[in-house]
Design a protein around this ligand. Sequence first.
Ligand code: UD1
Length: 394
Amino acid sequence: MRLLTVVGARPNFMKAAPLIAAIRAHNLKASDPIGHILVHTGQHYDDVMSGAFFADLGLPAPDVHLGVGSASHAAQTGEIMRKFEGVLSDTRPDVVVVVGDVNSTLACALVAAKMSWDTDGGRPLVAHVEAGLRSFDRSMPEEVNRIVTDHVADLLFVTEPSGVENLHNEGIPADRIHFAGNTMIDSLLAFEARADASAILERLGLRSDPGQSPERYALLTLHRPANVDHRQTFAGIVSGLEELAAECPIVFPVHPRTQRRLESDALGSTLVTSGLRLTSPLGYLDFLCLMKHAWIVVTDSGGIQEETSCLGVPCVTVRQNTERPVTVTRGTNVIAGTQPERIKAAIRGQTRRRFSREMPDKWDGRAAGRILDVIVRTHAGRSRSTPAVSAMCG
Ligand code: UD1
């Protein structure tokens, strides 16, 4: 079997790494090794957004780099599709795996699903890792990416029970849906010990003496266009952090989109006077270490809601909704919206709480192994039921 994995943007790398590790482990003991091709679309291209993650996660260098870079949604998605079609024609994998919900995920799933190599319509199986999540908010580009990807994929690997329900409700046949667990949590558990050795707390002067956990600092991330591209919303979120800033340092690793916004606006200097400590984007291990020891995390990210849930760290999400309801059920995550008073109230509530590290179902570090098993079985079944073209002709 030849399997091609697509990565493109920062949140893809930690979701794909465990699958690549599972393929390596399979190949060590199997008589039928899996040929693996890693494609990087180049949606994220900076060392801080991409290269550092390859190093931290021990990912192999991509076999193919599409070098697409930043552009509008249509231009970026179209360019990935155009270039990826050539890669598929050249490499002819049996399976294409896409992860998450970024433009690279949608673009490559669509190309693979419409590929037709032989006169009998041969094409790769399309597998979507992190299927079924829904915010029910189509103004989010990621929601559109999720819906379209799920509807063209052959194998849908789901991280939480809500995903299974959403896919059933959208009429996806049950035999395509597999509740496999969360590969991002596989990475977290696999790399936690290495993250513990990070010196980031000392570097930022956040380690108290003697070290207590949680340390008394907050961690903030903001990058969603709906939050950072609208001045009033952004300013509202910052004012929602006032009380917290008076109590502890707030570390804010700034995403490139947010950085650009701050440079074009006086808001940047307001942030510093508001007591926020801005840093450049951090690598995987440093960020994991900061998250694990934080008193509270405030974010508009999707993945961080899950990582804090796994770590038992209180999280306040500054969005109107979440596609990851299991984090709210567990209590680690509160959806606060973007109004200052609601954010303040959510922070007050969450800083009083303590959580154990009780995992949602199947967030056990073994999701990638389960996914690979299903892919191998499905491919074997497909090979048996599709006789070679030469055999049919002869
Ligand atoms: C993308 C994903 C989002 C994910 C986020 C994580 C989509 C639709 N969105 O959003 O789901 O949560 O990544 O980071 O796919 N830039 C750099 N260097 C880079 C990459 C980007 O400077 O390496 C700049 C670009 O020039 C661009 C901005 O950051 O102006 C946004 O990048 P883009 O990939 O378009 O979307 P994100 O906001 O990062």
